[in-house]
Design a protein around this ligand. Structure first.
Ligand SMILES: [Zn+2]
Length: 236
């Protein structure tokens, strides 16, 4: 049986490109538990699962709690010859608040604390109404798009790896005790990994679209009907 084509090659509506190899596929609505893979490279295109939104919400909350703890709990304690000093990221930020390093401190705090918290908040803003079966908030599409744009810029994992490398050097000079904030960052890596595993962008975009919000970026893909020419002001 020949089916009506449900896609539009001009606007791309109804088509989906593989994020890895760009092969174009016709979008189909999947049932829960089904998986759509790219026919060329096998990349998972969509994998809607029951309760995925609730899990993502829980993980976003977890990451906010961990990040707030990571700022205020001691990050590490350095001791040598009987003298010790424990400091948190907040203490470090205050210590450099007046020097020339202030822009650097602000940039580091924004990347490792600010952006991950902002991403979690944007995700919660998008997903909480969807998970409850209510209509999404007005700017849900924009919020989710920003949360995806900011993903490569939230660098908590890279911070942990950088700190671990630095600690190996310091460990030869003094005794280093890792504080709760360091472990909070380590836990954050696993929370982020789990969130990435549960995240099915296609399902979230579909849920936003199904609720009637426009998800296209920029001006509408379908051109508006030509408007009447404006009446010219009459000559005096
Ligand atoms: Zn592919």
């Amino acid at each position: 049986m020949e089916r009506e084509p449900t896609y539009d090659l001009k606007t791309g509506r109804g088509l989906m490109a593989c994020p890895r190899c760009d092969a174009l596929h016709v979008e189909e609505d999947l049932d829960l538990g089904e998986t759509a893979r790219c026919i060329r490279c096998g990349t998972v295109l969509a994998k809607p699962r029951d309760g995925a939104f609730a899990q993502l919400i829980a993980l976003a909350f977890t990451s906010v709690v961990l990040l707030v703890g990571a700022v205020f709990f001691p990050f590490l304690e350095v001791s040598t010859m009987g003298f010790g000093n424990a400091s948190s990221l907040f203490d470090v930020a205050l210590a450099f608040a007046e020097g020339v390093l202030l822009p650097l401190v602000l940039a580091v705090l924004a990347m490792i604390i600010g952006l991950p918290i902002l991403r979690s908040v944007l995700l919660l803003y998008t997903l909480v109404p969807l998970a409850q079966g209510r209509p999404p908030r007005r700017h849900a599409a924009r919020a989710y798009r920003w949360s995806e744009i900011l993903r490569p810029w939230s660098m908590a994992e890279i911070f942990v790896i950088g700190t671990a490398v630095a600690l190996v050097k310091v460990a030869g000079l003094a005794t280093v005790h890792l504080g709760p904030a360091f472990w909070a960052f380590c836990a954050l890596i696993f929370v982020n990994l789990a969130s990435r595993a549960f995240m099915c962008q296609t399902s979230i975009w579909d849920a936003i679209e199904d609720a009637g919000l426009q998800t296209e970026f920029g001006p509408r893909a379908t051109p508006a009907p030509p408007s009447q020419p404006l009446p010219r002001p009459e000559d005096a």
